[in-house]
Design a protein around this ligand. Structure first.
Ligand SMILES: [Zn+2]
Length: 383
């Protein structure tokens, strides 16, 4: 990956490039950036730049043998450690080395912008959480004891370093403090407060900010050959997260459908118009299960937004104006007395649809319960 392929982040790129050009590369660095801001892409571009035989002032060449191997993630001096857990293929003692082919596939498919959830889906681990184990740390030690094959720097990328368990972290501490010569540790994490203090104190922090809206907009328009106006809503909702911007853009039609349909549904519930509701739920039948589920999931979002509106956190609600206005008007009807029940209704609906329940019946049942819940007043404080 070249720096030119990393979205935005000009300031971070310049600092990384300067560190190489001034021979001031810190040997253990912690890239801190929220999901979708491109920490892994930056780390890969950095590893490629540092080892490129023909690097220029601003980027690696992209074509020398080192660049080619790093871009294919097959360079013998480029190592990866990431959270893993058991799945259908690896039934016990998971560790990064056992999943390296999956990892290469994942990073290539997402162009290094995949998040943890997408990684778990890629591994098909269902609801399990991944960990970076002491076995992974042992592999790092083993790799470092070997001479570097061909690169100037051996690079160890530890992705989602907050998943290092205490044993693994302890095993790495000495290395982070005094890494062997020409070794570069790049730890990538989203949340500083989840990093063990012993790791935090031994690494040089590189803050990776959210991608700014203008950069996201340009990237979406280039990629999809669309007008800025068409990509505007997706960018606003994504809040600096590239995969999220892509998701919103590519699912804009569905999002709009869900908004309009949910709005119509709630209006009928407010009106308590049972005949119209019967008509309405019947029209949802041809949607199919997946779309019925996303409509219910949309409801969960509306309730969550209501919570934000009701707590004066309106800036956190990033939606197109018409949708935001509906969410705002809906908010007063959600209160501590009914929020949980409303959410449970939608979640239970999703489960029933997954179990092959009949859509219109499920939606009708939810409608009747929503009518009651929407009338429920917030509990007044006792003086
Ligand atoms: Zn090169």
């Amino acid at each position: 990956m070249q720096f030119s392929q990393v979205i935005g982040q000009q300031a971070v790129k310049q600092n990384l490039i300067q560190s190489v050009r001034n021979h001031r590369v810190s040997h253990a660095q912690l890239f801190l950036g929220s999901s979708g801001s491109g920490s892994l892409a930056l780390a890969l571009a950095y590893a490629q730049y540092i080892n490129c035989g023909q690097r220029t002032e601003n980027d690696s060449c992209g074509v020398c043998p080192s660049c080619l191997k790093i871009s294919k993630l097959t360079h013998p001096d480029l190592h990866f450690i990431f959270p893993t857990t058991t799945n259908k293929k690896v039934k016990k003692d998971p560790e990064s080395a056992l999943f390296i082919d999956d990892w290469r596939g994942f990073v290539t498919a997402t162009k290094a912008y995949g998040n943890l959830q997408a990684w778990y889906e890629h591994l098909d681990v269902e609801k399990k959480q991944g960990t970076i184990f002491i076995r992974d740390a042992a592999t790092i030690l083993r790799n470092l004891s070997l001479k570097s094959y061909e690169a100037e720097y051996k690079v160890m990328i530890i992705w989602m370093a907050e998943k290092l368990n205490a044993q693994a972290a302890n095993k790495l501490l000495k290395l982070l403090e005094e890494p062997p010569a020409k070794t570069l540790f790049l730890l990538l994490a989203e949340q500083q407060d989840q990093i063990l203090p012993t790791v935090l104190s031994r690494t040089y922090k590189v803050k990776v900010p959210k991608i700014n809206d203008q950069e996201l907009l340009r990237e979406l328009c280039d990629k999809h050959n669309c007008r800025e106006a068409d990509a505007h809503d997706a960018v606003m909702m994504a809040d600096g997260d590239w995969p999220l911007a892509l998701h919103f853009f590519e699912n804009a039609e569905e999002e709009k459908y869900n908004f309009q349909t949910f709005q119509q549904w709630m209006r009928l519930c407010f009106k308590v118009s049972v005949t119209e509701l019967i008509d309405f739920v019947d029209k949802l039948r041809p949607l199919g299960r997946e779309k019925q589920k996303t409509l219910l999931a949309y409801g969960l979002q509306v309730f969550r937004n209501a919570l934000l509106f009701n707590n004066q956190l309106v800036d956190l609600v990033r939606l197109p104006s018409e949708e935001k206005s509906f969410n705002e008007k809906f908010a007063p009807f959600v209160n501590p007395a009914n929020l949980l029940q409303m959410s449970q209704l939608m979640e239970e609906g999703i489960r029933q649809i997954e179990r092959n329940g009949f859509g219109p019946l499920i939606f009708m049942d939810i409608s009747l319960k929503m009518i009651k819940l929407l009338k429920q007043k917030a509990p007044t404080a006792i003086n």
